[in-house]
Write a protein that binds this ligand. Structure first.
Ligand code: UD1
Ligand code: CA
Length: 456
C-alpha cells in the first residue's frame, strides 16, 4: 500500500505566466502529467492512492488532476512543503508507505523511485543527487559515517554547508506512521517562515532513527522553476526519445531537429525522418516510411512504405501503405487515405475517405467526401461542401475521372466510371459511365480586334 502525495500548490512566479506552472507543457504533456503518469504506474504495481496538493491556479489545475484520476487536496495558504504534506495526509490510514513527489520535477522515473521505496520501508529515505551547481537547493548533511543527519536550505546554510554538492531532490519515502508522527512537530522558525518538510530529517534523527540518503540520477531531481529550465528539460527528454527511436532502427537525419511530443509515438524500423519534423502523440508509423522535411503530424497512422513529402501537415488522419502525400499537403481531421493513394501539392482534405489507388494530385479541396478506387481527381477540383449553413457529402464511385477545375456542388453522387469535363460545375448526380459536361459551349470569333488606346 503506497500513498503518493504530489506537491503542486506553489505559485511558480518565475514562469511569469497566467498558466499555473505545473500545467506548462514539457514534450507535449503538462509537467504534472509526467509526474502523475509515474505515480499511476507505481500505484498499479503496489496498490495505493494518489493525492495532488493544489493551491495557486487550482481552478485550472484541479480539472486536469481529476481527468487523470487522482485525488485533490487544497492548500489555501502555501505555508511550506511540510504544511502541504501534513494536510495531504489528513485522514490517511497509518499502514504502508508514503512517497512525496513534486509537480514541477517531471523527469523522475520508476528506476529512481524503486530504491527509495526500498530504503523507506524502515525509516525516512531521501532521494539525493550530486550536482555541479547546487545553488538554491537544500544541502544533504551527513555525519562521518555517511548517515544523513539533516538538510539545510540554501538560504539557511553556512559557507561550508553551501560548498556541499549533494542536494535534496525533495522526494522522500517513509512509513506513513513516521510522517504522521513527525509532521506535527515541524515549526516555521527559518529564513522563509515556512514549515519545511526537510526538517523531518533532523526530527527523525533526534528520535533515534536512521535517515537514508539514496543517490539518484541528476535528471530525476531537476525542477522547473523558469522557462529556461523548461527548455533545458525538454531538450533532455526529446534527446532521450530520439535516441530510443534510433536504437530501435529508425533513422533521424538530424535528430536534434525532430520533436516527439507525447509518449504514444510508435515507429517501425527502416523509417526515415528528415529534419525539422514534429510528431504529436498519438502517432503510429509503419516501416520503410519516409517523413519529409518540415512535416507536422498530429494523431496520425501511416502504413508501411508510404512517402510523406516535405511540409505535410496532418491531423487526425490515416494513410495506408505505399501512399504518397505532399509536398505541401494538408490532411485535416477525418481524412482516411487507403493504400497506394496519392495526395499532392497544395491539396487539402477533410473528413474524406479515399479508396485504394486514387489520386488527388494538384491544388484540390476534398471535404466531406467518399471516393472509390482508382479515381483520378483532376487539378484544381473543389468539393463545394458547404452551403453557408450545412455541410453536404460528395460521393464518387470507382474509376471516376474528374476533369481539371471541376466544382462538385454537394450533395452530389457520381457513379462508377463517370468522367467530368474540365471546368464543369456538377450540380446533379451522374449515372455510371456517363460523361458530364457542365460548361458553356465555346464560340470562336474570327479576326477579333482588341481594344486599343488612341496614340497622341
Ligand atoms: C525544496 C526543498 C529543498 C530542495 C528543493 C528541490 C523544502 C523546504 N526545500 O525547496 O530542500 O532542494 O525543493 O527542488 O522542502 N509547495 C506546495 N505548498 C507549499 C510550498 C511548496 O505545494 O506550501 C510545492 C511547490 O509547488 C513545489 C514544491 O512544493 O512543487 C517545492 O516547493 P518550493 O517552494 O519550490 O521549494 P524549494 O524552495 O525549491
Ligand atoms: Ca522548487
Amino acid at each position: 500500500m503506497l500513498n503518493i502525495v504530489i506537491l503542486a500548490a506553489g505559485k511558480g512566479s518565475r514562469m511569469h505566466s497566467s498558466l499555473p506552472k505545473v500545467l506548462h507543457e514539457l514534450a507535449g504533456e503538462p509537467l504534472l502529467g509526467h509526474v502523475i503518469s509515474v505515480a499511476k504506474s507505481l500505484v498499479q504495481k503496489r496498490g495505493g492512492r494518489i493525492r495532488v496538493v493544489t493551491g495557486h491556479g487550482s481552478d485550472q489545475v484541479d480539472p486536469f488532476v481529476l481527468e487523470q484520476g487522482a485525488e485533490i487536496v487544497h492548500q489555501r495558504q502555501q505555508l511550506g512543503t511540510g504544511h502541504a504534506l501534513q494536510i495531504a495526509m489528513d485522514g490517511l490510514a497509518s499502514e504502508g508507505q508514503t512517497l512525496v513527489l513534486y509537480g514541477d520535477v517531471p523527469l523522475i522515473s520508476e528506476e529512481d523511485i524503486d530504491p527509495l521505496i526500498a530504503a523507506g520501508e524502515s525509516g525516512l529515505a531521501v532521494l539525493t543527487a550530486v550536482v555541479g551547481d547546487p545553488t538554491g537547493y537544500g544541502r544533504i548533511i551527513r555525519d562521518t559515517t555517511g548517515n544523513v543527519v539533516s538538510i539545510v536550505e540554501h538560504r539557511d546554510a553556512s559557507e561550508s554547508e553551501r560548498a556541499i554538492s549533494e542536494i535534496n531532490s525533495g522526494i522522500y519515502a517513509a512509513p506513513t506512521s513516521l510522517f504522521q508522527e513527525l509532521l506535527p512537530l515541524l515549526t516555521n522558525g527559518n529564513a522563509q517562515n515556512e514549515y519545511y518538510l526537510t526538517d523531518c530529517v533532523q526530527l527523525s534523527v533526534n528520535s533515534g532513527r536512521e535517515v537514508y540518503g539514496v543517490e539518484g540520477a541528476v535528471t530525476a531531481t531537476m525542477g522547473v522553476n523558469d522557462r529556461l529550465q523548461l527548455a533545458e528539460l525538454n531538450q533532455l527528454l526529446q534527446q532521450e526519445r530520439r535516441n530510443a527511436l534510433m536504437s530501435a532502427g529508425v533513422t533521424l537525419v538530424a535528430p536534434e531537429t525532430v520533436y516527439l511530443n507525447g509518449s504514444d509515438i510508435h515507429i517501425q524500423p527502416d523509417t526515415i525522418i528528415e529534419p525539422n519534423v514534429t510528431l504529436n502523440s498519438p502517432v503510429s508509423i509503419g516501416s520503410n516510411v519516409q517523413i519529409g522535411f518540415g512535416s507536422h503530424l498530429t494523431n496520425v497512422v501511416i502504413g508501411d512504405g508510404s512517402v510523406i513529402k516535405p511540409y505535410t501537415v496532418a491531423e487526425s488522419a490515416s494513410v495506408g501503405a505505399n501512399a504518397q502525400v505532399g509536398p505541401f499537403t494538408r490532411l485535416r481531421p477525418g481524412t482516411e487515405l487507403s493504400d497506394a493513394t496519392h495526395v499532392g501539392n497544395f491539396c487539402e482534405t477533410k473528413n474524406a475517405k479515399v479508396g485504394e489507388g486514387s489520386k488527388i494530385n494538384h491544388l484540390s479541396y476534398v471535404g466531406d467526401a467518399v471516393i472509390g478506387k482508382r479515381v483520378n481527381v483532376g487539378a484544381g477540383t473543389i468539393t463545394c461542401n458547404y452551403d453557408g449553413a450545412y455541410k453536404h457529402q460528395t460521393t464518387l464511385g470507382d474509376d471516376v475521372f474528374v476533369g481539371s477545375n471541376t466544382s462538385l456542388i454537394a450533395p452530389v453522387t457520381l457513379g462508377d466510371g463517370v468522367t467530368t469535363g474540365a471546368g464543369s460545375v456538377i450540380t446533379t448526380d451522374v449515372e455510371q459511365q456517363h460523361l458530364a459536361l457542365a460548361r458553356s459551349k465555346q464560340i470562336n470569333i474570327p479576326a477579333y480586334q482588341r481594344p486599343k488606346k488612341p496614340k497622341d
